[in-house]
Design a protein around this ligand. Sequence first.
Ligand code: NAG
Ligand code: NAG
Ligand code: NAG
Ligand code: NAG
Ligand code: NAG
Ligand code: NAG
Length: 498
Amino acid sequence: MVMYNTRSQSMLAFALVVLASMSLVICSGSRKPHVVFIVADDLGWNDIGYNNPSIFTPTLDKLAREGVILNQSYVLPMCTPDRASLMSGYYAYRVGLQHKVLDHAEPAGLPLNFTLIPQRMKEHGYTTYMLGKWHLGFCKWEYTPTYRGFDHFYGFYNAAEDYFNHTTSKYLDLRNGKEVDWSKNGTYSTYMYAEKATEYIATHNKSTPMYMYLPFQSVHGVIEAPQKYLDMYTFIHDTNRRIKSAMVTAMDDAVKVVIAALERYELWDNTLLVFTTDNGGPANPNNAGNNWPLRGSKLTLWEGGTRGVGFVHGKMLEKKGYVNNEMMHVTDWYPTLLHIAGGKADSDMDGLNVWDTLNKGYPSPRKEFIYNIDEIEPTGAAIRVGDYKLIVGKAGHPDGWIPAPTIDGVWEEILPMNEYEGLLDGRLSKDNDTYLFNIKADPTERNNLAEQMPEKVAELSARLEELKQKLVPAIRPAPDPKGSDPRKFGGAWSPGWC
Ligand SMILES: *[C@@H]1O[C@H](CO)[C@@H](O)[C@H](O)[C@H]1NC(C)=O
Ligand SMILES: *[C@@H]1O[C@H](CO)[C@@H](O)[C@H](O)[C@H]1NC(C)=O
Ligand SMILES: *[C@@H]1O[C@H](CO)[C@@H](O)[C@H](O)[C@H]1NC(C)=O
Ligand SMILES: *[C@@H]1O[C@H](CO)[C@@H](O)[C@H](O)[C@H]1NC(C)=O
Ligand SMILES: *[C@@H]1O[C@H](CO)[C@@H](O)[C@H](O)[C@H]1NC(C)=O
Ligand SMILES: *[C@@H]1O[C@H](CO)[C@@H](O)[C@H](O)[C@H]1NC(C)=O
């Protein structure tokens, strides 16, 4: 009896150990959702199929319709400030990257005392991948993706480059991890990133959750697209708008390839996919982005520069298949993703955890945000509190309501006329101005309420001043063209000069 008992007890103990280790596997690893975070570069409000039927984005449209379209997802007006906010969870003006974008030869980067979201995802067991554009500094290795939380990196450091030969200002900017990749001359970058993402997905260790950050080069200028996509847009007679539209469709196909890989390797059912632009479309003739019916463009504090297209998709979402009108800001991704990973962001952070808003459609915890504060000329700042938006100083150009061009030459007419007429009838900014809009009632910013509602102006100004106390002066060291010269590094833009 005694022996039998002991034996059954040890059997039981053994069974418990087995069970415990099984549940450990279930809890510790693969059940956390995979996160695929796609950023389109310079994609305007009117540059995606679900907002504009002249653009073919069947894959993105389907994902958006099945998921949750984010109708009030705010971003910063340009690349570096937006990416700094996304990566750090802080407003760009608290990071020191609020003024314009980093130049090739600028010895600066996203300050090293910020712990970036991929670092935090890694701490929570994620294997982290980045493919595409960095644009947060590279003058020393410590600033670059593989030193800042990405286990794998395939992409480029600067703002923009040729889509086929991957050069910018004459020299190559393309890396696989730390190594320069000379082998992709002639391959359109959108295909290149889709192919590399497929490779990463195929070799991903499935007992760890995946965090894939995929900031495409698309659809930033230089505007270039493969012929087969250009052929889909013969009905658009403005050459640059045709190319831009073709670039968007090429990116849509790349997303399709990435999703097919996630399905094939059985990650898709547990993937949260985020899609967002980094800023509004550059609504100028050379770039041909478009934000209609929103006012303004990339580079501006108007809604056209800052109200970003975006959506989330995932089978785990409790409420989906609708348009969500709750307010969110690019800084919110950090605490939200960290929450999904099982962590919690510092309370000082500007970003808020909006998971219940995305997942269940609950009211957003976000009631206000700073569009940007730029203390360097052209100085300008904007804040949103509830339904109201206050702009002080320079909101930026291009201004006005710019329709998508359809025939060559029409830009040259639309752009100056639009600004000119607007200035004459007083709708447009004269540079140093105070604007107050009710964005809910007037999302296209046509009705300046500043004179009618001085108390509201005072209230928002006071809040702006209060938040401005935390401003870190913009980090803008003098460019170092000698130090950064790629000829010193075998002909590729490289770290090692600051
Ligand atoms: C999205 O936002 C715009 C601008 O505020 C609004 O006109 C539109 O009705 C919203 N879409 C939906 C489906 O709620
Ligand atoms: C990083 O350093 C800057 C400048 O000293 C400071 O303003 C900021 O609060 C620091 N950020 C963090 C997250 O420690
Ligand atoms: C890369 O392509 C651009 C066209 O966008 C061209 O001007 C440049 O000379 C090419 N550079 C190299 C090194 O291939
Ligand atoms: C790419 O190939 C073209 C044509 O073969 C060549 O002229 C150019 O220098 C190459 N560019 C790079 C960056 O390798
Ligand atoms: C996959 O990840 C698990 C958990 O981190 C680890 O134990 C295992 O060794 C990894 N397998 C391979 C092939 O790297
Ligand atoms: C605009 O405002 C800024 C900051 O208040 C001031 O320094 C500048 O002189 C003003 N410019 C004009 C043209 O009024």
